[in-house]
Ligand binder design. Structure first.
Ligand code: M6R
Length: 634
């Protein structure tokens, strides 16, 4: 995925473009570029590498002008390089484009354009769009088209020619009064200002300028001028678009004194899960005095989801649930399966989104498919949702981004209220997803009457304690820092656990791999002796989770197995457990809770361990190599 920005107004465009791209750098960071119209010509500045390289390059000579677009790239077609960096232009330099997504039919289009004399400067799929625009605009001009806006007419024709997923933003020195945007399967937001307007892939890039936005839907085209924004469909019919008011402020998308977004987001978890339990972000209540809905009954007797519009009978009659997601969200799904099966007694399967639609899943009208995604834009997750709808299942999205593609596509949506998550490594999104899965399981258990009123009340009261318990875990990071420094240079680490501890181990290992580049594997502790034990040698670090009381003794036996091979074991135990330290080298304690809720506490030291290991190794924590925040390609 990539980040896109645009500006039209009276101010200098470049400062906004650079600032906006900084906020979007999580979306891709292998090259960056901007194009600015100075009243006569368009100057393009682009370079391989981080945005900081571009900033350094132009710091003493910022391109002047009040109309511009910019891009930060995560390479798909063509390696990261100066010439593959966006913006791209046609042969004449009249038409400039930035793109997020993939033009699937670019190769045949490119071949034909080359036959017709177009010269390409890059290996990207995007460049064909600029050349097509040039060609189609020329044809319309020669045919003396009576279209009132030739630029728009040409863009519309281009969109008929290309196939794939995209958000595209166009500017032209022939039409310097407007920027044209088109969206298909990739996000695009228009920020509405006074005498100026903004364009971005995501809200953090514009929220310091305006909270009034249009969130484009697939198939929509925006004609953005200084004093107006018009939204049309592909046929040119005007759409009466509702303004979406962003309900968080720019501080939420800034580092707020932390060295990295990841550390900030780890520390935001108590608030994020509180907000998710409530169903709204505190401080910023829903606009215009409407009372905010609460998701937990005041007397702790029940979970309420005012936003779920399903007939309760449907949820009661479900006979199978699929949870579908990628990466960390998939790990949240594994915990979700446990919750729903244990509390609501419905069979749940968890699928990787990239596998689900290729395995001919058994789906019928009694099937519920739940899709978990922080961004709501992950391409595989979206495609799996489309397939599941095609097969006739009901769909529920659990996502963090309001108005995201997944949220719009789903029959029903439950939002996590984590606020913006910028670091590539997901932390507060994961814990808020767990909270929502737990609440959903309780909600279903109420409908299906699978849990006593006392047990429901007990679990809800424990749920309410979690924010304070996470804060407690976050208050003493020194031992974790010490372990990270001590073991951070090992090339292999193993994570072990049984039951829910195993699901958390998977997430802990993913965190460590993605930001510290240490090879980390998670195993169901009982599986060790079926092969993996062969890898355990003297001094190898093993993180052993032992918070699940129902399998505690079994876990201890597995820990003894690795200790007998001289592994160095760091145990994760609940407060009050004085047994574990007898069998391990170090123990990290987390507050005591019901074993169902312990993943929310046990994951926190693992997030911190990954963070400090990455720091120890000098890695770029927020922007790990080869990765991007949301994966909008298959
Ligand atoms: O936006 P999504 O939740 O759909 O993203 C899914 C994964 O790409 C994401 O969780 C990824 O695994 C994270 N980088 C892990 O920290």
């Amino acid at each position: 995925m990539c980040g896109i920005v645009g500006y039209i107004g009276d101010r200098q465009a470049t400062p906004f473009l650079l600032d906006g791209l900084t906020k979007l750098e999580y979306r891709g960071y292998d090259s960056a570029g901007i194009a600015v119209f100075d009243g006569k010509d368009i100057r393009i500045e682009k370079t391989v590498g981080r945005l900081s390289t571009l900033k350094e390059k132009i710091k003493n000579d910022l391109p002047p002008g009040s109309l511009g677009i910019g891009h930060t790239r995560w390479a798909t077609h063509g390696r990261p390089s100066d010439r593959n960096a966006h913006p791209h232009s046609d042969c004449s330099g009249n038409f400039i484009v930035v793109h997020n997504g993939i033009i699937e039919n670019y190769l045949p289009l490119k071949e034909k354009l080359i036959e017709r004399g177009h010269e390409f400067k890059s290996e990207t799929d995007t460049e064909v769009v600029a050349h097509l625009l040039e060609e189609i605009h020329g044809k319309l001009e020669r045919s003396k088209s009576d279209s009132p806006d030739l630029f728009l007419a040409a863009v519309r024709e281009v969109l008929k020619t290309i196939e794939g997923s995209y958000s595209l933003v166009f500017m032209s020195k022939l039409f310097p009064h407007e920027i044209i945007c088109a969206k298909q399967d990739n996000p695009l937001v228009i920020g509405l200002g006074e005498g100026e307007n903004f364009i971005a892939s995501d809200i953090p890039a514009i929220v310091s300028e305006t909270r009034k936005t249009f969130i484009l839907k697939d198939g929509e085209i925006a004609i953005v001028q200084k004093n107006s924004v018009e939204i049309q469909d592909r046929n040119g019919d005007r759409i009466d678009k509702k303004i979406f008011y962003v309900n968080w402020n720019s501080a939420a998308a800034e580092k707020g004194g932390y060295e990295h977004f990841m550390l900030k987001e780890i520390n935001e978890q108590p608030k994020a899960i509180k907000d998710t339990m409530r169903g709204f972000i505190k401080q910023i209540r829903p606009a215009r005095g409407t009372p905010a809905p609460e998701r937990i009954a005041q007397d702790d007797s029940a979970i309420i989801f005012p936003e779920l519009k399903w007939n309760p009978e449907f949820l009661d009659n479900i006979d199978k649930i699929y949870i579908i997601a990628c990466g960390t969200a998939y790990h949240a799904g594994l915990v979700g399966k446990f919750y729903i099966e244990r509390l609501a007694r419905v069979l749940v399967e968890v699928d990787l989104a990239s596998e689900f639609r290729y395995r001919d899943p058994i789906v019928d009208e009694k099937t519920l498919t739940i899709f978990i995604s922080q961004s709501g834009e992950t391409s595989d997750t979206l495609a799996a949702m489309k397939e599941s709808k095609r097969l006739g299942a009901k769909t529920l999205a659990i996502t963090n981004v309001i108005g995201s593609s997944l949220a719009r596509e789903a029959d029903q949506v439950l939002y996590t209220m984590a606020g913006p998550e910028i670091a590539v490594a997901s932390t507060k999104a994961y814990t808020t997803q767990l909270i929502l899965m737990f609440m959903l399981a309780l909600y279903m258990s109420q409908l299906r009457q699978t849990l006593s009123a006392d047990r429901t009340r007990e679990l809800i009261s424990l749920l309410r304690k979690l924010p304070a318990q996470i804060s407690e875990t976050l208050s003493d990071v020194e031992p974790i820092k010490t372990f990270a420094e001590k073991y951070g240079f090992n090339e292999d680490v193993f994570y072990l656990g049984r039951s829910l501890d195993y699901d958390v181990a998977l997430e802990g290992a993913l965190k460590l791999k993605e930001i510290s580049y240490i090879h980390a594997e998670a195993y169901a502790a009982g599986e060790l002796k079926h092969g993996t034990l062969a890898l355990i040698v003297e001094g190898i670090p093993v993180i052993a989770l032992a918070t699940q009381k129902s399998v505690y003794e079994k876990t201890i036996s597995n820990i003894k197995e690795v200790k007998a091979r001289d592994a160095v074991v760091i145990g994760i135990a609940s407060d009050g457990d004085e047994e574990l330290e007898k069998y391990v080298d170090h123990v990290i304690h987390v507050p005591e809770t019901d074993e169902l809720l312990s993943p929310l506490l046990a994951v926190v030291p693992l997030q911190l361990l990954a963070y400090y290991a990455a720091i120890t190794r000098g890695c770029d924590v927020d922007k790990p190599r080869n990765l991007a925040k949301s994966v909008t390609v298959e």
